[in-house]
Design a protein around this ligand. Sequence first.
Ligand SMILES: Cc1cc2nc3c(=O)[nH]c(=O)nc-3n(C[C@H](O)[C@H](O)[C@H](O)COP(=O)(O)O)c2cc1C
Length: 337
Amino acid sequence: MTSYRSEPTPEAWRFSVAPMMDWTDRHCRAFHRLLTRRARLYTEMVTADAVVFGPRERLIGFDAFERPLALQLGGSDPGRLAQAAGIGADFGYDEINLNCGCPSDRVQSGRFGACLMREPALVAECVAAMASAVKIPVTVKCRIGVDEQAPREALFALVEAVERAGAAAVVVHARKAWLEGLSPKDNRTIPPLDYPLVHALKAAHPSLPIAINGGLDDLAAARAQLWFVDGVMLGRAAYQNPELLLGVDPQIFDAPAPLSDPFSAIEAYAPYVERELARGTRLHEMTRHLLGLFAGRPGARLYRRKLAMLATRPGAGLAVLREAVGAVAREALAETA
Ligand SMILES: Cc1cc2nc3c(=O)[nH]c(=O)nc-3n(C[C@H](O)[C@H](O)[C@H](O)COP(=O)(O)O)c2cc1C
């Protein structure tokens, strides 16, 4: 590829929160960004067609403070993906990522997502088209193979093709997708993880930033991976226990944590919540991403119950959030008394 690129350093992919459909929407990302300044965040997957023809602002609009932020696209038509990438770049995204890992039936019938593991030449064409349409990095998120594929051949073939086509980095979910007979959910737990294969991939591509994803439950596990690869991507662990993200800046980037604890995270989120409520966003659309925040602390169950019950009520406002947090704070006080 000859196109000019404002290339970030490999450190750009050192730690990221995975793209997760229905989870990593803008309200979730706004919250995560308060917990870590340095992690790279990803949108949910949006199809290239939706970006080109759909209600753009609603689908891919974001607040500048969410950056560094990548837009994840689904699709397999190089021209359409290039168009969508261009629109993403104009919106101000820092990266365009192509999904080659999603196993859902809907995605398979559209011939994109994980089934693209079988078509490295087509994926390379897509990457080349996107990379020549934008100046920001174009990256790929993939599995290690699908169904009967031999992972070593499938993964290496895909990554060789996309590196040649101009991909700036690759994120590998280190397990196969089984396209026959497993739900998307089971496809995130049942096919076995193969981290050493991704480490071998990195050794074979010394100048291509490679991040590993899948089954990393905490920052210790994440740090251990950084001996072998350039970056780690956490999905469920970060979403279900967002407090983990408070450790990212100090433990992964050797930088100060932006906030001291989950209580201050809620306080820091409050102005965002107020702004969004005033724009007509319902409280629950934001607080549903906070349910895991106090996991393991006394009062956490009551906190979750209050939020789940009260935040969906019409007109629910910040007072509900404060009341729910109060449940944890009171229990914490009772414990120390
Ligand atoms: C609810 C949910 C939605 C997901 N949606 C996407 C998606 O839109 N695009 C994608 O590439 N991966 C998606 N994934 C997969 C994650 O990005 C990640 O690869 C997977 O969860 C493994 O990482 P983890 O073990 O750290 O969760 C999704 C995962 C979950 C749990």
